[in-house]
Design a protein around this ligand. Structure first.
Ligand SMILES: [Zn+2]
Ligand SMILES: [Zn+2]
Length: 423
């Protein structure tokens, strides 16, 4: 852009019609650091017109800046029940403002300009903090509260971001799914088969953990995002399975996690236990869901005929290494049919007469252990049944450990609220 003189641009803007100090200032946002748009506008007006005062009308915003205190007060009212350390204002531009902005950028180009909308957002934030009487951080990326002002209707909307917690769960009994499963017969509508509950299983890990969080946070619902899931009939032991608990629209974010853990562990006693609860961020949800952790399993296996110690110890080394698994028949209805390769790192076992054995398996995340044993009619290669030449199946399965390497240090949130520039 060719060299430009701010004063002559300011003069042209002022001569084009009544313009408020805010809007005038937005054309020079890149000049005079530490000043607000309004202060910049006022200085330029003084330089151009001497003692003239700001007109009451404005051909650019049509008086939007005058409504800022009122909108900020509505936002304070909307937010009064919600604990928050960060917020952000945004506006839905009206067609009028969009058209005026376009006209402004075309007819009064300026290398220092920022959109009027951005000036409005900043003013809303300043007023909001002033009304609140304390400094709250503006967070441009993940604000806890997000206000949207519709410039057309004048409505102010509040969106409350979820709050997240990291934890681990142990599942001490079989027959509990991680999250609630709709009934197979009625798909959740409720029928005779499910006793009109709509559920395949009466309770889930999520349903045992979530309520204490919802109550503590005053949230409107939530989710347990697990780092994978064990089979419904498998226990989850050891240090437990990592999860991120999400509470939607929470009123409280600083909660006593020790108290929540205590309550869950008391109410779900003998079924589910939580440990290692810590504050977390939204980013951890994907990280935990994508976690490819090694697992250590214990499997009880039944053979179609008794096998000898020598047969078993001869077969087990053949399972160490890469296993090719076509999607198991039992999950084929909900997973794509493909062949995946997963590794078995270690496997040991001992016979439990008659015709049974107990195995311990250390393997890559995602390996289907039941099929490693049964062979799933040739869909898993190699398999214990295949190597022995004897049909075999898992009768009991426990996850002994999820070896994920997650610690409180690398799961805790590190986000810092930022102050906006020129604030
Ligand atoms: Zn204006
Ligand atoms: Zn049903």
């Amino acid at each position: 852009m060719r060299a430009m003189d701010p004063l002559s641009l300011a003069r042209r803007l002022i001569q084009a019609g009544p313009i408020c100090d805010h809007c005038l200032g937005t054309r020079f946002a890149g000049l005079g650091h530490g000043l607000t748009a309004r202060e910049r506008g006022r200085l330029l007006r003084a330089a151009v017109e001497g003692g003239r005062v700001e007109p009451s009308a404005c051909w650019v915003c049509g008086g939007l800046f005058a409504r800022v205190p009122d909108w900020a007060a509505r936002a304070v009212e909307l937010a009064k029940d919600y604990e928050h350390r960060t917020f952000l204002f945004g506006v839905h531009e009206s067609p009028r403002l969009s058209a005026t902005q376009e006209f402004l950028d075309r007819e009064f180009p300026s290398p220092w300009a920022e959109p009027v909308r951005r000036g409005l957002n900043r003013e809303l934030g300043r007023h909001y903090e002033r009304l609140l009487g304390r400094e709250v951080g503006v967070d441009f990326r993940r604000p806890e509260l997000r206000f949207t002002v519709d410039l057309e209707t004048g409505e102010v909307e509040l969106h409350v971001a979820s709050v997240y917690f990291f934890g681990r769960y142990r599942k001490l009994v079989r027959g509990i799914p991680q999250t609630h499963w709709p009934c197979r017969h009625c798909h959740g509508r409720g029928c005779k088969e499910c006793g009109f509950t709509g559920k395949q299983y009466p309770i889930s890990v999520e349903e045992l953990i979530l309520p204490a969080f919802l109550e503590a946070c005053g949230g409107e619902g939530g989710h347990l995002h697990g780092a994978g899931r064990e089979d419904v009939d498998a226990r989850m032991l050891g240090r437990g399975r990592p999860f991120v608990l999400e509470v939607k629209a929470p009123k409280r974010r600083s909660v006593d996690l020790a108290e929540i853990a205590h309550r869950i562990n008391q109410e779900a006693e003998g079924k589910v236990e939580v440990l290692s609860l810590a504050p977390a961020t939204a980013e951890l949800v994907e990280k935990v869901k994508d976690l490819k952790a090694r697992k250590r399993y214990r499997a009880r296996v039944a053979f179609a005929r008794p096998v000898s110690e020598a047969e078993l110890s001869g077969a087990l080394p053949g399972l160490v290494g890469e296993i090719a698994q076509r999607t198991p028949a039992r999950v084929a209805h909900r997973r794509a049919d493909l062949v995946r390769k997963r590794r078995v790192y270690e496997i040991t076992g001992r016979l439990l007469p008659p015709g049974e054995a107990e195995l311990e398996i250390l393997c890559e995340g995602g390996l289907y252990v039941k099929e490693l044993i049964s062979g799933d009619e040739g869909r898993t290669q190699p398999s214990l049944a295949g190597l022995l030449g004897v049909p075999a199946r898992v009768t009991e399965l426990d996850v002994l450990e999820v070896l994920d390497g997650l610690t409180t240090e690398n799961t805790e949130g590190t986000e810092n609220p930022q102050r906006p520039q020129g604030h």
